[in-house]
Write a protein that binds this ligand. Structure first.
Ligand code: ADP
Length: 194
């Protein structure tokens, strides 16, 4: 069985938390571009030095860097049977890059789940998370920029995936377990061989 899933949704919708749970449930890795950038920034790599110029402002890291890192990560053996992608693709050009990458392996996405959450709820969640986790891009100003980038560049992807018949919208407001159950229920019809 393969599970090739993309999770989209505004910052603070709970993608990271849910991606890890879905990865356990389906036995495939959760791959978060945001986590990979943060690890590189913390490790002081060249990629980290370039990425932080953008992440610190809430802007998208250039596609050339992002597409290359996703290509490397998806080529790892643990992703051969599938993946839960969290935070990628995030604009229409990244959709095309992912399509081309997967096509080269004779693969395609099974399902794209859009986790919906009210902007005011997510701002509140992220401002609280900032106190706990101390993420550098969780200041209110940068959060608002990330939300704007989401609505302008990422939300249009929902239409693209609707037209392909692979989009499943899920309400992200509720207890963590409850949302996981909703996500699994929404994904299952798309996973033919389950
Ligand atoms: P959130 O969804 O809460 O904004 P992420 O951890 O997914 O946080 O991403 C943090 C930052 O990493 C983004 O604001 C952006 O700068 C960068 N980033 C993550 N994924 C991508 C991507 N697919 N393309 C470009 N930049 C990205």
């Amino acid at each position: 069985m393969s599970v090739r899933m993309v999770l989209m949704g505004p910052p603070g919708a709970g993608k990271g938390t849910q991606a890890v749970r879905l990865a356990e449930r389906f036995g495939v890795p959760a791959i978060s571009t945001g986590d990979i950038f943060r690890a590189n920034i913390a490790g002081g790599t060249e990629l980290g030095r370039e990425a932080v110029e953008y992440t610190s402002k809430g802007l998208l890291v250039p596609d050339s860097l992002t597409d290359a890192l996703v290509s490397d990560r998806l080529a790892q053996p643990d992703a051969a049977q599938g993946f839960i992608l969290d935070g990628y693709p995030r604009n229409v050009d990244q959709v095309a890059a992912l399509d081309a990458l997967l096509a080269g392996w004779d693969q395609e996405l099974d399902v794209v789940i859009e986790i919906a959450a009210d902007p005011e709820v997510v701002i509140d969640r992220l401002v609280k998370r900032a106190v706990i986790e101390g993420r550098a891009d969780d200041t209110e100003e940068v959060i608002r920029e990330r939300l704007q980038v989401y609505f302008e560049q990422t939300l249009p992807l929902a239409e693209v995936y609707v037209s392909r018949g692979v989009l499943a919208p899920v309400d992200g407001i509720g207890a963590i377990d409850e949302v996981t159950d909703r996500l699994v229920a929404a994904a299952e019809p798309f996973l033919a061989s389950l």
